[in-house]
Write a protein that binds this ligand. Structure first.
Ligand SMILES: *Cc1c(COP(=O)(O)O)cnc(C)c1O
Length: 439
């Protein structure tokens, strides 16, 4: 069993002296699961190694980008070759056009794409664009959907909102440092509960610039959209001349060659990307029809810029990743592996007498520790987080690295194989026994 944490413990203490909480993104601190966050030394394919030399089957995949596994030879080679020619110029380059063409080819409804350096920047800029195009000030997001950490998106429904019909303007900041005035411009509806969206359109007629959503939610644990929700979302936006923004930062190029948009036949006005399109380097993007995108500076009046936007190394990693996905599409294989993992977990939990509901779309999966169907955010939060915590730590001890929160999705890469699967399910059988003993 894997339990050496000497180096990680020391590094975590040292990190806390110089970095807030010892990490550069909160979930990495293992706050929801306890224990020592593992400091990763290297990764290759489906595996990661920490500073103590422990080996893990990795189901985080850097939270989504690593669909081809870690340090894929073609991606690594592209980065190496690009590096020789310099790492940033602050001037246009050919690679930006190549990546733009690859992205747009996969999303036929989009004619222009602007590259930025993170998913946060992509959604933030997409919302500014939507406001610029419509000349309206309100936006709508869904509870439990995550779109990065810009002010207007760190917002939660105010108390009382979810009891009656839903619609209400009393949104509140979900982070200190976000003024209530900013939060008040973001209205919050319930994912998969169309009535709550309908109510907001009634309460704010001709004032809603955009509705932003995760087509398949990864950030509340995995939630799949119901057909009724998707239909209603599209109709309401169309009737109200509100722009529909599909946040495909996580799902783009993961759920199908054309992401969730292709898989679910969505018709978004603006699409946001990140993660996979940067092949593990910092990239985000937003795109749409020429009519809409030509509002962006310097073509139009909506300002948006970036010193490192379209960075050569990031473009090269993205081009190599999307090219490989196109040449050797892993989607069928990811589906098979996903199915086996899902079934294996369900059977192991059943045998151990642990209530478990596994939600999965392709290579994204969440095992919720509860018996009921998980369709809405309200369903997700009913999960037994103490059971999850026991399970997570038991899996980590046995060399399987899952996302350290019940409300995140696990990611499979094209490099996960039968050996990984067997190791994972063997660990899961033992881990569910640990959970059962602790219940
Ligand atoms: C990760 C993520 C973001 C934020 O991207 P960053 O690169 O972390 O800023 C936005 N939206 C969704 C759906 C994401 O999964």
């Amino acid at each position: 069993m894997n339990s050496r944490t000497t180096q990680s413990s020391q590094l975590f203490r040292r990190a806390q002296q110089v970095i807030p909480g010892g990490v550069n993104s909160p979930v990495r601190a293992f706050g929801a699961v306890g224990g020592v966050p593992r400091f990763i030394a290297k990764a290759k394919g489906s595996r990661m190694w920490d500073e103590d030399g422990n080996e893990f089957v990795d189901y985080i995949g850097s939270w989504g980008p690593m669909i081809l596994g870690h340090a894929h030879p073609k991606v690594a080679e592209a980065i190496r070759l690009t590096l020789e020619d310099g790492t940033s110029f602050g001037a246009p380059t050919k690679r930006e056009i190549e990546l733009a063409e690859l992205v747009l080819k996969a999303y036929p409804s989009c004619e222009r794409v602007r590259f930025v350096s993170s998913g946060t920047e992509a959604t933030m800029s997409a919302l500014r664009l939507a406001r610029g195009v419509t000349n309206r000030k309100y936006i709508v997001k869904f509870r439990g959907n995550y779109h990065g950490h810009s002010d207007g998106l760190l917002v939660q429904a105010g108390s009382g909102m979810l009891t009656a019909s839903g619609g209400s303007s009393n949104s509140a900041p979900s982070s200190a440092g976000v003024p209530a005035e900013f939060a008040s411009l973001t209205l919050v509806a319930d994912y998969n509960v169309p009535e709550t969206l309908e109510q907001l359109f009634k309460d704010f007629p001709e004032q809603i610039a955009a509705v932003i959503f995760e087509p398949v939610v990864g950030n509340a644990g995995l939630l799949e959209p119901t057909p009724a929700f998707l239909t209603s979302l599209h109709e309401l936006c169309k009737i109200n001349a509100t722009l529909l923004i599909a946040d495909e930062v996580m799902t783009g190029f993961r759920l199908s060659p054309g992401g969730a948009t292709q898989l679910l036949k969505l018709e978004p006005d603006i699409v946001c990307w990140g993660k996979i399109i940067g092949g593990g380097l910092p990239v985000g993007a937003y795109g749409g029809s020429a009519n809409i995108m030509d509002f962006v500076a310097p073509s139009g009046p909506v300002y948006q810029a970036g010193t490192l936007s379209g960075n050569p190394l990031a473009m090269a990693a993205g081009i190599a990743t999307l090219t490989e996905l196109e040449k050797n599409p892993p989607y069928a294989q990811l589906e098979v592996y996903g199915q086996k993992l899902q079934m294996g977990l369900e059977i192991a939990a059943l045998e151990a007498g642990v209530p478990l509901m596994v939600n999965r779309v392709g290579s994204m999966l969440t095992a919720f520790f509860q018996a009921g169907n998980v369709t809405t955010y309200n369903d997700a939060v009913k999960s037994d987080t103490e059971a999850f915590k026991l399970f997570f730590n038991a899996m980590l001890e046995r060399g399987v690295y899952l996302p350290p929160s019940q409300f995140e999705a696990a990611f499979i890469s094209s490099e996960h194989d039968q050996t990984d699967l067997e190791m994972t399910l063997n660990a899961a059988r033992e881990a569910f026994a640990v959970v059962a003993a602790g219940l």
